[in-house]
Ligand binder design. Structure first.
Ligand code: FMN
Length: 179
């Protein structure tokens, strides 16, 4: 049974939820997965795993610095094991903005790291206005207004296409099989 590590960086929990879905899907196809958060102080032992997925959300245009730090510290291992990256952001709800070439955050992010992931997923996230602080609520509302998204702050909107998540898992399971 391949041991798969699902690493995530989140603020509001949606990226962890995507990892939970991936874990169920991968385990159903014969893997044994572990989910772990990347924090500034987390210790991760990649040697204990056969494959790894790293997922991170976007907040104010960026993934968190600990994600870059982790990738840079582990690039040699990431380059040789089945390893994939995914990003979660609101802009990816637009079909024309969910590829590594067309999603501005991912395109720029991949330029800042030396790791070249063989599989990159870009998933639309969730906007849950009632749970945000006043500042965040109106900042994300402004971003939504600019990008023609929902601006009713009493609402919660999940944009994630779970079929995209399933397709990513299929592609990753194939990478594991071919290792
Ligand atoms: C304060 C705030 C800022 C955000 N900034 C961006 C942004 O700049 N671009 C974008 O596409 N999505 C942005 N988002 C949307 C998040 O990426 C989305 O809510 C995602 O699901 C968050 O995932 P998480 O819960 O794992 O942190 C923002 C969300 C919040 C609440």
């Amino acid at each position: 049974m391949p041991r798969v590590l699902l690493l995530y960086s989140t603020v509001d929990g949606h990226t962890r939820g995507i990892c939970e879905r991936m874990s169920q899907t991968l385990d159903a196809s014969g893997s044994r997965s572990t989910i772990q958060e990347i924090t500034p102080s987390s210790a991760v032992d990649l040697d204990a795993f056969d494959a790894v997925v790293i997922g991170a959300s976007i907040r104010y245009g960026k993934h968190r610095p600990e994600v870059t730090k982790f990738i840079n510290a582990n690039v040699a291992a990431l380059q040789v094991m089945p390893a994939a990256f995914f990003s979660v952001n609101a802009v990816a709800r637009k079909p024309e903005k969910k590829t590594p070439e067309t999603n501005v955050y991912v395109r720029k992010f991949l330029q800042t790291i030396t790791w070249k992931p063989k599989l990159v997923g870009i998933f639309a996230g969730r906007i849950d206005y009632p749970s945000y602080s006043l500042f965040d609520k109106y900042m994300i509302r402004l971003i939504m207004w600019i990008t023609k998204g929902p601006t009713d702050v009493s609402g919660s909107y999940e944009f994630t296409d779970w079929d995209d998540v399933a397709a990513f898992c299929d592609a990753f399971a194939t990478m594991i099989d071919e290792r």
